[in-house]
Write a new protein. Structure first.
Length: 478
């Protein structure tokens, strides 16, 4: 046999083998789908407790090379007067090991199946389909491997919508993901080019990119890992004023599980802030939550997910009991909430602030508010570095917000404000001057305040704060 004959015979053998494999995959597919739907419902119950959200297969048509499935996602009512709703999803599933869509795109790695799923039109989604010009608003294409791995992409269609003189334009979303049939790990990255809202007030977001890597760990099914979102710019303009622009926004987060519990870190950075085309400065915030009990965190996270979807569980009293029990369990671990860094930079200076609060479990939540606060807060520490040049810059911004303001008067006010702040801080022993900065530190524990090294009973400190109120300040000036 010549080489061409051998090649033709080999190709025929591969096609025949693929056809046989496709037939076999088709015979197994329905049971695999029903098993996957069962696992998905377990995840929905864990992530949205009390919501009764459920997925089911309502139709399945098996073919030789491809099958079709139809799913129903039941969504409970979002309020007392609202009726339960449902979404339908149609899915065309190409059988492996060599689905046609992968062959034509020159992807030769065998897979179990390739899914092409999209939302179906319905009365509930009529507005969404109108906004997307009758295209499926959400489409998911995925490949399921023989090791239960899943890779694919999610596409949200471009949309435009006009209502009550408000015009919304959305460029669409394109995201890639990788997971498995158990959802034990989720890796995703995607991009939105733009989102514009125009009306009496306008907002324009440009260049949103995100990525995440989450892994379900521990006996409580917590998703841990890292995430990041970047935004090129967001511009906001009111009906009368110039445009406020935030640029180079970066948000990162990380969640880990250690011997002392769950720890979460959130960082937000705004690289440039401007108003009416004039630079204002930049901002950074770093938050952390630590010593969180895993079981309590899972319970509270699930409750948050349920209510964030606008879903009200039927048995709210039982859910309330769960929340109270989870809060008590969380406080037993003495969790800590910290603003690890808040920094604001202007052209001439940078101010920084940090605050940490350690919590305790109170004897009862029914205590008088003042006593409850004392038992709830086990410790507090805060540090402030206030830049006088930055304070002067902040006062100078008045010229931007009030174009008619006298420039010389504003400059004089800027200089006086910085010096007055330093003088007041020293006079009231709230801080000390070090170079161009006003420094202040505060510690709290066991009913005592340490303010810049000076011990003060809590009651006396509260009285000092009362003296700093606007009413007290006005009385002093008079």
């Amino acid at each position: 046999m010549n080489k061409a004959g051998i090649a033709a015979g080999t190709l025929a053998l591969l096609v025949a083998a693929a056809g046989a494999g496709s037939w076999y995959t088709g015979t197994q597919l329905e049971s695999v789908l029903r098993d996957s739907v069962g696992k998905a419902n377990q995840q929905l119950a864990a992530q949205f407790p009390g919501s009764e959200m459920a997925l089911e297969i309502v139709e399945f048509k098996r073919g030789v090379l491809a099958s079709e499935a139809r799913y129903r996602l039941a969504l409970p009512a979002s309020g007392d007067d609202a009726a339960p709703s449902e979404l339908f999803i149609r899915d065309r599933i190409e059988h492996g090991p060599l689905p046609l869509s992968r062959l034509v795109s020159l992807r030769w790695m065998p897979v179990m199946a390739v899914s092409h799923a999209e939302l179906e039109p319905s009365e509930a989604l009529s507005g969404l389909f109108a906004a997307s010009r009758e295209r499926a608003p959400v489409m998911v294409n995925s490949s399921i491997g023989y090791r239960n791995d899943i890779t694919g992409n999610v596409r949200v269609a471009p949309m435009t919508h006009v209502e009550d003189d408000i015009h919304l334009s959305f460029s669409g979303l394109d995201a890639q993901f990788a997971t498995d049939t158990l959802g034990s790990r989720v890796v995703m990255n995607g991009r939105v080019d733009s989102l514009t809202i125009e009306g009496d007030e306008q907002a324009n977001l440009v260049g949103v990119e995100f990525e995440l890597d989450r892994r379900r760990e521990g006996e409580y099914g917590l998703y841990l890992g890292d995430g990041q979102m970047t935004l090129d710019s967001i511009a906001m303009e009111g009906p009368q004023g110039p445009t406020l622009v935030l640029q180079d926004i970066v948000q990162t987060d990380s969640t880990t599980l250690g011997a002392d519990g769950v720890k979460g870190v959130l960082n937000v950075q705004m690289g440039a802030i401007s108003y009416a085309g004039k630079p204002l400065g930049s901002l950074r915030m770093d938050w952390s939550l630590s010593r969180l009990d895993p079981a309590a965190t899972a319970t509270l996270g699930g409750v948050y997910n349920t209510f964030s979807m606008g879903i009200e569980p039927d048995d709210t009293s039982a859910l309330q009991e769960q929340v109270v029990a989870a809060l008590e369990q969380l406080l037993q671990g003495k969790p800590r909430l910290a603003l690890d860094n808040l920094s604001i930079r202007t052209a001439n200076g940078e101010s920084r602030f940090n605050l940490g609060v350690d919590f305790n479990q109170p004897v009862s939540f029914d205590l008088e508010p003042g006593l409850l606060a004392q038992q709830l807060v086990g410790g507090l520490d805060a540090n402030l570095t206030l830049s006088k040049p930055m304070l002067s810059d902040m006062v100078r911004y008045r010229a931007l917000f009030e174009p008619g303001a006298d420039a010389a008067a504003v400059e004089q006010e800027a200089q006086m404000a910085a010096e007055m702040a330093g003088g007041m801080a020293e006079m009231m022993q709230l801080g000390r001057i070090e170079g161009d900065n006003i420094l202040s530190s505060l510690r709290y524990a066991d009913g005592m305040i340490d303010l810049n090294g000076q011990s003060i009973p809590l009651e006396d400190f509260l009285g000092l704060l009362a003296m700093m109120s606007p009413e007290a300040s006005s009385a002093l000036l008079e």
